[in-house]
Design a protein around this ligand. Structure first.
Ligand SMILES: [Ca+2]
Ligand SMILES: [Ca+2]
Ligand SMILES: [Ca+2]
Length: 441
């Protein structure tokens, strides 16, 4: 999709007269595929009737003119968004199809708002054709809705149109056909909920809705992913408190839409609440997302920056601790430690010199003091290998101009022998930041 758009943009740039000088000084006009010129002509015709192109505000497909193969016949259809000049209250989506004469208009949809928020294409009916999912908004009231349209050679049919703050197309019921999950505010009680829509024998219907954590309306991320038994789920992550995050995990199983983490009495997924801005990740690379719960901040740790030990929980039959990890946000590594070390140790990061940073893991002792277990050294500079050997550290890994080495305090034991081999197995460079994926805002 993006490549096609980039191609169109490249063509439009070429049409603007950018070219190569030939020997005689005249501009050599590049040869263009005829159909794209014809498509551009069609767009210009609409413009000449008093319309201007408008772009979607957000989402991944933000161009005012897009090419996409809606009916999967290998030939792209055209989509363009227009507003009548002088009439800010209406917005339109035009659809074009290639025919013998070039491109012709097949359908025109009047938006249920005055602004295009986003547009995505997904097969929601399971017939091999992509439906068009358009988020609309009204600039006066801020009201948002989502419309699902089936656009064919002859016509467009509106399959549904509902109030929506956010939506995501994903296969939640596992029937290999995309469904639509919509976050909306229920006018009956003012609360945010997630509604689930899916196809049923040619109809696109509302199935059920489930509550979302109610104490904040600020949605930070939405993602379709798997939980522990490879059950599809939607993860909704909201602001909690002033800077924290809370996660709702919604599944459709046995024809029931359920927020698995939600507590009716607390009116939120209280066990997932954390005071740090940390998001779900597949931290153990088993294909399912885990929810991060950092340990409580520890006071009096002396000089240096506390690295919180984070417990990562999986959602499935149980809410289960799956990993306990110290992560250096500065050096981008994870060290995953035995699960029963949780709540028993803390890590402190210190900059010792321009070429040496040290992250030390301590265990707590019953009398409240702490005991050093091991340190991960990040050594840079020209003589890093020699310096590491001189200091008696064991090499762990190397990345760029930095050497990572380990120093283990002798005779330290926390249920396990702490060895360089054990730590080398548990040390990884941090995966890329969790991306927003298919989220549509
Ligand atoms: Ca097509
Ligand atoms: Ca489905
Ligand atoms: Ca995982």
């Amino acid at each position: 999709m993006r490549t096609k758009i980039a191609f169109i943009i490249a063509i439009l740039i070429m049409l603007c007269g950018c070219g190569e000088d030939t020997i005689d000084g005249s501009l050599r006009v590049p040869q263009l595929p005829e159909e794209y010129v014809e498509f551009n002509d069609e767009i210009n015709k609409i413009k000449n009737e008093g319309f201007e192109l408008v772009s979607p505000n957000g989402g991944t497909n933000r161009q005012s003119v897009q090419l996409t193969d809606l009916d999967n016949d290998g030939i792209d259809e055209g989509v363009a968004f227009f507003r009548e000049i002088g009439n800010a209250h209406k917005v339109y989506a035009y659809f074009f199809e290639q025919n013998e004469e070039g491109y012709g208009i097949t359908a025109k949809i009047e938006g249920s708002g005055d602004t295009v928020e986003n547009v995505t294409y997904a097969d929601l009916m399971g017939n091999g054709n992509n439906e068009v999912i358009i988020g609309w908004s009204l600039s006066d009231s801020g009201a948002k809705s989502v419309g699902v349209y089936s656009v064919t050679e002859e016509d467009s049919v509106k399959l549904c149109e509902v109030n929506s703050l956010y939506h995501i197309a994903c296969d939640l019921n596992g029937d290999m056909v995309n469904d639509l999950c919509v976050v909306y505010q229920d006018p009956a009680d003012g609360k945010q909920k997630l509604a689930f829509y899916s196809q049923d024998e040619g109809n696109f219907i509302f199935r059920a809705s489930a509550p979302l954590s109610a104490k904040s309306d600020v949605i930070l991320r939405i993602r379709a992913a798997y939980i522990d038994d490879m059950q599809p789920a939607v993860f909704v992550e909201k602001r909690h408190g002033s800077a924290g995050v809370i996660t709702d995990v919604i599944t459709w199983k046995d024809k029931i839409l359920k927020n698995l983490t939600y507590s009716d009495t607390a009116e939120e997924s209280e066990k997932t609440a954390r005071t740090y801005e940390m998001y779900c990740e597949d931290v153990d690379l088993d294909g399912a997302l885990e929810i991060p719960i950092p340990g409580m901040p520890v006071n009096g740790e002396g000089e240096g920056e506390i690295i919180p030990g984070v417990s990562w929980y999986g959602v499935g039959k149980d809410y289960k601790l799956k990993a306990f990890i110290f992560r250096s946000s500065v050096e981008k590594w994870n060290v995953s430690l035995p699960l029963d070390w949780r709540n028993r140790c803390v890590a402190v990061y210190r900059k010792m010199s321009p070429s040496l940073n040290v992250s030390t893991v301590y265990s707590y002792k019953e009398d409240g003091t702490r005991e050093e277990l091991f340190s991960i050294m990040a050594i840079s500079g020209e003589n890093r290998e020699k310096n590491m050997e001189k200091l008696g550290y064991e090499k762990l890994s190397e990345r760029g101009n930095t050497l990572y080495a380990i120093q283990i305090k002798k005779k330290r034991y926390l249920g396990y022998d702490i060895t360089a081999e054990m730590l080398a197995e548990r040390f990884t460079f941090r995966e890329a930041e969790w991306s927003t994926g298919e989220v549509v805002f």
